[in-house]
Design a protein around this ligand. Structure first.
Ligand code: FMN
Length: 118
């Protein structure tokens, strides 16, 4: 399968088999996620794999409420991966400020050319 086929065929899955996920498969997913690009390659995240039944249920039940029950399927998942977002490192924060400043300066120029409204 080439990349475009993969992009076309992939879909969100919300129904799960009632069996544990093999550790190699979890590791492959983590490896793919770990390679995602980040500002200044700061990789400001941690992944926590949760397969302990009790902890998994606690975390899963925090993803929905009686009011918003869209994520109720998370209780059925055999394993959860909790992604913790970390505060960017100082250099990445600085680079982000510079980038935002450059963006603000360049937007009025684009507005004149493209007649976009913000
Ligand atoms: C930022 C983001 C947040 C999402 N949050 C949820 C969510 O809370 N619950 C859920 O069931 N799906 C969530 N989704 C999945 C989208 O609903 C799903 O990707 C979209 O309906 C398209 O379906 P597909 O992924 O099967 O193509 C989220 C997707 C993104 C990109």
């Amino acid at each position: 399968m080439n990349f475009l086929e993969l992009v076309t065929k992939r879909q969100s899955v919300r129904r799960y088999l009632d069996k544990p996920v093999e550790p190699e498969k979890i590791e492959r997913c983590l490896e793919a996620a770990r390679l995602a690009p980040s500002a200044c390659n700061s990789q400001p995240w941690k992944f926590v794999v949760i397969d302990d039944e009790e902890l998994k249920n606690k975390v899963a039940s925090a993803t929905y409420s009686n009011l918003v029950s869209i994520n109720r399927f998370s209780t059925e998942a055999p394993v959860l991966v909790l992604i913790i977002s970390q505060r960017p490192k100082p250099f990445a924060r600085f680079a982000s400020r510079v980038k935002n400043r450059q963006l603000k300066l360049s937007i009025p120029h684009s507005l004149n050319i493209c007649n976009w409204r913000v």
